[in-house]
Design a protein around this ligand. Structure first.
Ligand SMILES: [Zn+2]
Length: 409
């Protein structure tokens, strides 16, 4: 892949600044300086943004690269529920090869990077029906596209741990193969007690490998699904504060307000990151409601106002769980703004943060941003400000990875 080094960007519109700035990039692909009227040599290795907005590359903190573009390989999901999707995927994944997974994962990486994503956290199915083939495919895709995107891989026991004997061993083996962190699906066990044992196993694996946890949790409208509070309590007990992400947390929206407040305070105390997946939550949840139909997302604004770090992910691209998905993080932001009424300038900015700084914090990335010392992972968008970027969701003019121009052609 040819990637031309860029030494500067002229005339950049930056978030929170009125004047246009220039950005100087060093040979190591780091931002050296940001400010008005910097000395930049002329030539083709300097980009002229002409007042367009320049953002740090987007971050997708929740994706399933092994599932991407698998819709046509799986029986149709007629009920549109999570449970039916898991069942059909369970049958289909037995036939998938690592090569097939690699090819679809690369296609999804190209879609995401083309829209300006620089970092992805993917979950990879290591249920006994999947074995390690899906992990092999995703790790091969990561290696093949390491120049254009950084990928964290969470080992994901899609069919549960207690109800799928053998999954725990596969999680351990996938971590030894090069996967980065422990995934989970606490609500997908037979009983509430088993869900707790599931979470206990996640912590024992995290301690064994000294890694983070990112658990699918309470992805249901059931107000009695209470896994998140147990995850937060165990986070404190194990001293894993800041190292745990709770993905989805849909049931929080169905709790009564008093209990919801207690759980939100606990998440804050445990410094658990929350990842919402707006499109997928809108699509899969509320399926048993008549009217009014719940939206399915967690309480994003309430969590943010309480000080909890909330990020947002694409989750799925054209798979049995969700037939849409473009890999465009601005689409995720746009959907989030609608789903949780994030439509004032302040809320729109917060929504944009969910695929930027908040996602970087959830993934514990260092050197993220448009300031001196940060890695020059940048996206230049034909929009005059962040509101316009969210409203029109344009294709980027340029995408830079470590100071080099990404060319997917
Ligand atoms: Zn997911």
């Amino acid at each position: 892949m040819k990637m031309k080094p860029i030494i500067g960007i002229r005339g950049a519109r930056l978030r929170g600044r009125r004047d246009l700035c220039d950005i100087r990039i060093d040979k190591a692909g780091r931002i050296e300086k940001v400010g008005p009227r910097l000395r930049l040599p002329s030539g083709r290795s300097v980009l002229d943004a002409k007042g367009q907005i320049v953002l740090p590359s987007f971050i997708d903190p929740h994706l399933h690269l092994d599932l991407a573009y698998s819709l046509d390989l799986v029986k149709p999901n007629k009920s549109g529920t999570l449970i039916e999707a898991i069942g059909h995927w369970s049958a289909a994944k037995r036939k998938l090869t690592a090569a097939n997974v690699r090819e679809r994962a690369i296609r999804a990486i190209h879609a995401e990077v083309g829209f300006g994503t620089g970092h992805i956290r993917t979950h990879v199915d290591v249920a006994t029906g999947a074995g390690l083939r899906l992990a092999e495919g995703v790790l091969a895709a990561r290696e093949a596209r390491a120049e254009i995107v950084d990928v964290q891989v969470a080992v994901f026991p899609q069919d549960g741990i207690l109800r799928d004997p053998g999954a725990e061993d596969l999680m351990r083996r996938a971590l030894s193969m090069g996967c980065d962190l422990v995934g989970g699906i606490a609500h997908n066990e037979r009983t509430a007690d088993d869900s707790k044992r599931h979470i206990d196993i996640l912590f024992s694996l995290a301690e064994e490998f000294d890694v983070e946890i990112d658990c699918h949790i309470d992805e249901t409208d059931d107000p009695d699904s209470r896994c998140t509070e147990y995850l937060a309590a165990k986070t404190i007990e194990h001293g894993w504060q800041g190292r745990v992400t709770a993905s989805h947390v849909c049931a929080l929206a169905s709790y009564d307000n008093v209990h919801a407040r207690k759980v939100i305070d606990l998440l804050n105390e445990a410094r658990v990151h929350v990842v919402t997946n707006p499109g997928v939550n809108l699509h899969l949840q509320g399926r048993h409601d008549r009217y009014p139909k719940r939206r399915g997302l967690t309480r994003v604004c309430e969590l943010l106002d309480a000080g909890v770090n909330v990020a947002a992910g694409q989750d799925c691209i054209r798979d049995p769980f969700y037939p849409f998905g473009t890999g465009q993080m601005l689409d995720v932001v746009h959907t989030l703004c609608h789903a949780d009424h994030m439509t004032t300038p302040k809320r729109m900015g917060q929504a944009l943060d969910t695929v930027a700084g908040n996602a970087a914090a959830a993934m514990r990335l260092q050197g993220y941003g448009v300031k001196a010392g940060c890695q020059a992972d940048l996206v230049v968008l034909p929009a005059c400000d962040e509101h316009e970027a969210i409203r029109t969701r344009p294709r980027p003019a340029w995408v830079l990875k470590k100071g080099r121009l990404v060319d997917l052609a």
